[in-house]
Design a protein around this ligand. Structure first.
Ligand SMILES: O=P(O)(O)OC[C@@H](O)[C@@H](O)c1c[nH]c2ccccc12
Length: 263
């Protein structure tokens, strides 16, 4: 059993429990549910912003505790101030020490698109994402069938949300191209063994149709890497650990972006 299998089976139990505590109707009645979402595409195309999707991540199965002290509102506001195009917040508790409360807190302070970083296995979690203030959902091809990806992405679009599909290889990419997807992310980290290799991005970029926002995810720690990924055809860069592992992630992104502008 891989770690991904473990996370997904735990997630299914968690969703069953959540459904019995809060009905779909209750989610739909929440004040945030009817709002208009920020557009990921628009934010990505805004020349005032830098393409970084900056992530709030306290811990991960591969690294253990990354940052146990920084507050979500301070970090995400720092990310926005540094010109990030979007913010990602982990909501999984058991493996990443995140929560829906973190998304809600981020939404209260942010005016850029917000991604619920979660292992989505049920449409209920998509309704939950909107109800707690997210604009974007992540669909991970490695743990879904193509028909689930299609169904979940169409449901998200029906709520006016944006969809980021995450792939790790050409098979996953080719099997999951749907009109209901807005952006495609290449995860440089293999979720089954945690090995990180930026080469996955370079290998897959030209295989992603140009109508999708192209995002490179994980293992980015140098501004020069962003320049190279841009040259290869990426518009988005998902970065977590590099900022979160410092005592002041807001300061870390600021210094990183400054470097980006010099280069
Ligand atoms: O911290 P990094 O190496 O910069 O990676 C961020 C992000 O890509 C990573 O957290 C991630 C990518 N896909 C995921 C799926 C689930 C959980 C986490 C992830």
């Amino acid at each position: 059993m891989t770690i991904l299998d473990k996370i997904v089976s735990r997630k299914k139990e968690e969703v069953a429990l959540a459904k019995s505590n809060v009905s779909l109707a209750q989610l739909q009645a929440s004040p945030l549910f009817l709002r208009t979402c920020y557009s990921l595409k628009e934010s990505m195309e805004n020349p005032q912003r830098n393409g970084i999707i900056a992530e709030f991540k306290r811990a991960s199965p591969s690294k253990g505790l990354i940052n146990g002290t920084s507050r979500v509102q301070d970090v995400v506001l720092g990310y926005e101030a540094a010109g990030a195009s979007a913010v990602s917040v982990l909501t999984d508790t058991d493996f990443f020490q995140g929560s829906l409360a973190d998304i809600q807190t981020a939404r209260e302070v942010l005016q850029i698109p917000l991604l619920r970083k979660e292992f989505i296995v049920d449409t209920y979690q998509i309704a939950e994402a909107k109800a707690y203030g997210a604009d974007i959902i992540l669909l991970i091809a490695a743990c879904l069938t193509p028909s689930e990806v299609k169904h979940f992405s169409e449901y998200a679009k029906s709520l006016g949300m944006n969809v980021l599909l995450e792939v790790h290889n050409a098979e996953e990419l080719d099997a999951n191209i749907f009109d209901s997807i807005d952006a495609i992310g290449v995860n440089n980290r293999n979720l089954k063994d945690f090995v990180v290799d930026l080469q996955h991005s370079y290998t897959l970029v030209d295989r992603i149709p140009d109508r999708f926002v192209k995002v490179s995810e994980s293992g980015i720690s140098e501004p020069t890497t962003i320049q190279q990924l841009k040259k290869a055809g990426f518009q988005g860069f998902l970065i977590g650990e590099n900022f979160m592992k410092t005592t002041d992630p807001a300061k870390a992104i600021q210094a990183f972006v400054k470097q980006l502008e010099v280069n």
